[in-house]
Design a protein around this ligand. Sequence first.
Ligand SMILES: [Fe+2]
Length: 331
Amino acid sequence: MTSEFLKDLNDHEHSWQSVSYSRKPDGTVMAEVGSVISPEGPRQMFWMLDSVMYAMPEGTDPDANHMPHEHRYGYETFFVDSGKMWLYIDGMKCLVEKGDILHLQATQIHGMAFIEDVKYRGTYHDLATDPDGPAIANVLAHMPELKDDPELMKMMPVKGGLDHINRERLLFREVPAEQCPAVRNPKRPLAEFRLEGVTMKILTQRWENAGANELCCAEMQPGFTAEWVKYPKNRELLYVRKGRVKFRVFKDEFIAHDECIVAIPKFAPHSLEALTEAEVYDLGGLTFWYSFLHDYMSIKTYDPERFAAPGTIQALKEKFNCQIKSIGMKR
Ligand SMILES: [Fe+2]
């Protein structure tokens, strides 16, 4: 069952728009990088890359080979969907495994060394804040040989690369992943809210993303349904990391399964139904989920009369840009 809105990340031929390779100076391929969604708008939102990071060769010392760097403007959120790696960040080193999520903020020095091959799926925003960034990337896509042209490089947002600044080898102490704030996991969300058929888990906050977006995971029970308003105002990017979820977008019906992206255009009528237990992430993150769910629960707890009054929840949805009309269990 295929659809133009469905991208199975394990089907590179169909889900990757293009592929590039990052190599060591000796030519060895370190990573295969697939472009899934191109950046959109002035803050370069919705950008998604799907990389296969290859394990470092045997005998490599990760503490001396972890590609230390920072981004002056950009924010990165990565899903680690297979394997094991070391993350070095802000004076810490920790072991990161399948199921973890990394949130790397602007100017945080970070590096990584891959113990096993890792499916490393990232979304970004603000990574190239210069409005000419995408235009320069387009020139390089058409004429990669210009990457060494000093005249073109002068026009880059940050000299020498698109917001990628090499740093020195990290100083660190080793800590468990639970003690490293950059490592997130739905097992230990920042906050969680239980609704009928779904638990909403906040994994990155808006203030950790320079206000651009946030990351919320919906853990759905089988039979959970959600219907959006007729013409939703948000462009939507959902990641079904686990489970099977039936979607309807316009007139297309399709099933998204483990490791599928569902990319829904703005104003497209859509709905979903979980066919099994499912873990679905709102990657676009335009809804103010934490604020909405907090105030929803607050009114429900402290002012049940107001909660039941007509218009209360609708006003809350408008205030926090929630474009969902209704949720519930399939009857
Ligand atoms: Fe980075």
